[in-house]
Design a protein around this ligand. Structure first.
Ligand SMILES: [Zn+2]
Length: 381
């Protein structure tokens, strides 16, 4: 991780660079602040700078053997401690090393990973990880060895507030009497949950929320996306880049579903079988999960259109694009066909879930939609 790859945070970067350049690195440093500000990336960038064989004025070189290993997160003197939990059938208390490979992959995919995303990567969403005493023992054991390649051993502890009492007590001893040439970097979002005795022996550095313009620039760098979607994500992020990315990706997905749904409705209305066939082809390669999401989205938009038809008013749950489309589409969704349409989509969803051939399932669905869209609304008194 190079400093220049991290969004904003110029002040924090200058501070970290200065500590290394002037050889003033403390034994223990804690980067703390709200989520989604790049704290973890900053900690790793500092460790990389410390170990770099050809340090530049304001960043690591990115090319020396040490930097190359940091780029893959495989430097033998870089250790991670992260909250983990039991998965599968294992009974022993887990430690970070048990999940080293998943952690590397998760982090390389997104240095702004959130705590929940990490638990999802472990296959354990909605659960809470901890850092246990076995983990502290493992750190102490690692620090008993000489560094392999660097002058320093570097330990990044992500979310030290997840340490239980015995783990924190053991770590405290280590911070009180640190072995030489060791840098402990902690990255915390809830410092008030950390033992005051640990905090008092640690140099603290606050990492503030990102400004809107920083988040906007970061999103433009990360994702090639619609300008309006980026603005929406910036507005909802409140300085949290992880949240901005999540919002943007979810909205991009929804926009995609919207395009696919409206295409299908237009093609079915026009009874354009050749284009419908192309549509089916393109959707059948998306993968089951995406297909199910599209079906769910379609059901939801159908329901809203039916409500719109009944009440002839604009509903709150629609985006601008959805509302514009629905103003024209809702007259075709009425009490005479809405139930059969919903049933058709639901059935298609069930068949996809049960490993049905998506080409056949989606073609069947389309033929059904053609027939149902032709039905006139029943005349009501
Ligand atoms: Zn280097």
């Amino acid at each position: 991780m190079l400093f220049k790859e991290i969004i904003g945070q110029q002040k924090v970067k200058q501070k970290l660079l200065g500590l290394v350049r002037d050889d003033r690195s403390p034994h223990a440093l804690m980067l703390f602040g709200p989520p989604g500000t790049g704290k973890l990336a900053l900690a790793i960038a500092m460790a990389q700078y410390l170990a770099c064989g050809d340090r530049q004025e304001a960043d690591s070189c990115g090319k020396c053997p040490s930097c190359v290993k940091f780029g893959k997160l495989v430097h033998p003197d870089l250790h991670f401690v992260v909250p983990v939990l039991k998965t599968g059938s294992s009974t022993a208390p887990p430690i970070s090393d048990d999940y080293a490979e998943v952690w590397r992959e998760t982090l390389l995919a997104d240095f702004y990973v959130t705590e929940n995303q990490w638990y999802e990567a472990l296959g354990a969403e909605n659960k809470q990880g901890i850092i246990n005493v076995k983990e502290s023992e493992s750190i102490i054991r690692k620090l008993g060895f000489k560094p392999y390649e660097s002058d320093y051993r570097m330990i990044v502890i992500w979310l030290p507030e997840k340490m239980n009492q015995p783990a924190a007590n053991k770590l405290l001893k280590l911070i009180e009497e640190p072995p030489a040439k060791t840098l402990i970097l902690m990255v915390s979002e809830h410092t008030y949950r950390i033992l005051p005795t640990i905090l008092s022996r640690t140099q603290l550095l606050h990492v503030p929320p990102l400004s809107d313009s920083m988040i906007r620039d970061g999103l433009i760098q990360h994702e090639n996306s619609d300008q309006q979607l980026i603005e929406d994500a910036v507005n909802r992020a409140n300085g949290n880049f992880s949240l901005a990315l999540q919002t943007l990706r979810r909205d991009e997905n929804e926009l995609n579903h919207f395009e696919l749904f409206t295409q299908l409705m237009r093609l079915c209305y026009a009874r354009d079988i050749i284009s419908i066939n192309q549509w089916v082809e393109s959707v059948s390669v998306l993968g089951r999960e995406r297909q199910k999401q599209l079906i769910d989205y379609s059901l939801q938009l159908l329901r809203e259109n039916f409500m719109l038809h009944l009440e002839n008013s604009t509903l709150n749950y629609m985006s601008k694009k959805e509302a514009e489309f629905s103003a024209r589409f809702s007259p075709f969704i009425h009490v005479g066909n809405v139930h059969a349409l919903a049933e058709g989509f639901t059935l298609a969803g069930n068949h996809i879930e049960a490993n049905g051939n998506p080409r056949i399932v989606l073609m069947d669905l389309s033929i059904g939609i053609i027939r149902l869209l032709m039905q006139k609304a029943p005349v009501t008194g």
